[in-house]
Design a protein around this ligand. Structure first.
Ligand code: SAH
Length: 398
């Protein structure tokens, strides 16, 4: 394997378990790169600090800002058996934490399961596999064959259509690796039936990361009027209705999402309780405040406002605005479940922003709990990017 050496003083994160080497950390004048223009894109390399000390092995892509993704920090050569072992570990962790009323899980969460660039989602008897990094493409066959053998699914779909692949130099396609190319599947989450759109849907078809929080909402719903802002396919809204909410309002800017949420409500006999609106949630919240409407429980689950460190201030303003409106719509005893899925909005900053919004709305509040993404999106030590979803549960006291 070709040796990639890092510039002096840049090894700290990698030496503490981080799986990424950025282009600007690499010393082009040292290691094997000193004598060759580049390593083969997608090939395996070893990574060393500026004195040549071994840090780990992974795959190399000169086109990507994240130029090396490490598969191991130990002295071992990544091969098929390492990939299979990692998949087995990931499956065992899900198996140990599986809940009886939920049949869909993220089985492999890429770097957080030490399989950089590999996503595997289970939707009932369907497995969806997605490769997001050039170097992982060569192990796609190994991974897919292993998953079919171990899980015996009805189908395994290669959903390699995320535009992020273009940046890696990979083409976009979808095809069935095993079984048929299903476009829609019906999954079970917390005892509810949910249709997931594997073709045009967001993520690989469903926000599996919010399952546990959907369930947590249930205890704040009986006899209450609930607002689910940024509802996508209705995960929070349906759990609220199933848990005895008297009325649920669900809002999403995407008409396709609202249609899917409506279908899901009908599928569970809950459509009479839920009012759907296809609208910009910022406007919806502002207008609800202007009309002096009120709710007892509100969920905010917007898309990532901060996609980079530089976008943080703008994102903060966005979070502030929607949380401020939400607090204005809640009275004493009201519950706000508010989320941020931007890694670039750190948890302390998000809490501070939400607390400022409460203060500006003249509400006295109690922070009941702070949760994160569900267990099947694990948080890996040394890789802080794997903790991305913050879920704050706030009660209005006065
Ligand atoms: N709460 C959902 C996931 C929400 S993902 C669940 O638990 O499954 C974020 C959603 O916000 C997406 O469906 C997206 O269509 C929607 N969205 C993005 N911008 C929006 C806006 N300005 N107003 C309302 N919805 C928006």
């Amino acid at each position: 394997m070709i040796q990639v050496w890092l510039r002096p003083g840049t090894q700290k994160a990698v030496a503490s378990g981080h799986p990424w080497v950025y282009r600007n950390q690499i010393d082009p004048e040292a290691g094997d790169l000193a004598s060759m223009p580049s390593a083969e894109p997608g090939s395996l390399v070893t990574v060393h600090d500026s004195r040549g000390r071994y840090l780990g092995s992974g795959f190399y892509n000169p086109r990507s800002m994240i130029t090396v993704r490490l598969l191991t920090h130990r002295l071992e050569t990544p091969d098929d058996s390492l990939i299979v072992r990692r998949i087995e570990e990931a499956l065992a962790f899900r198996e140990a934490n599986r809940r009886p009323d939920t049949d869909s899980y993220r089985l492999v969460f890429a770097e957080a399961d030490r399989l950089p660039g590999l996503i595997v989602d289970q939707y009932g008897d369907t497995v969806v596999l997605q490769v997001l990094a050039l170097g992982m493409e060569r192990w796609q066959e190994t991974a897919a064959a292993c998953l079919v053998e171990k899980l015996r699914p009805a189908r395994l779909i290669l959903k390699n259509d995320d535009p992020i692949r273009l940046k890696e130099g990979l083409e976009l396609y979808q095809r069935a690796y095993y079984g048929d190319l299903a476009r829609q599947v019906t999954i079970r989450e917390n005892g509810l039936l949910m249709k997931a759109d594997l073709d045009q849907g967001q993520k690989t078809g469903y926000f599996l990361d919010q399952k546990a929080n959907h369930d947590r909402l249930r205890r704040f719903c009986a006899g209450r009027r609930v607002l689910d802002a940024f509802c996508y396919s209705g995960g929070f809204a349906l759990n609220a209705a199933a848990a005895g909410a008297v009325a649920v309002t669900a809002v999403d800017i995407s008409p396709e999402a609202v249609t899917l949420a409506l279908v899901n409500a009908e599928l569970n006999g809950l459509s009479e309780k839920i009012t759907f609106a296809s609208a910009n949630a910022f406007d919806f919240l502002r207008e609800a405040v202007a009309k002096r409407q009120s709710f007892d429980t509100i969920v905010l689950d917007p898309p990532a406002f901060a996609k980079s460190h530089g976008a943080r201030d703008g994102a903060r303003r966005g979070y502030k605005e929607i949380n401020l409106s939400a607090f204005r719509l809640l009275g004493p005893g009201g519950i706000l479940a508010t989320h941020s899925c931007s890694y670039h909005m750190p948890q302390p900053m998000f809490i501070e922003t939400v607390m400022e919004a409460a203060w500006d709305a003249r509400r006295t509040v109690r922070l009941l709990a702070v949760h994160r993404q569900d267990f099947d999106h694990p948080v890996l030590g040394g890789y802080p990017e794997s903790h991305y979803l913050k879920s704050l549960w706030v009660e209005v006291i006065a």
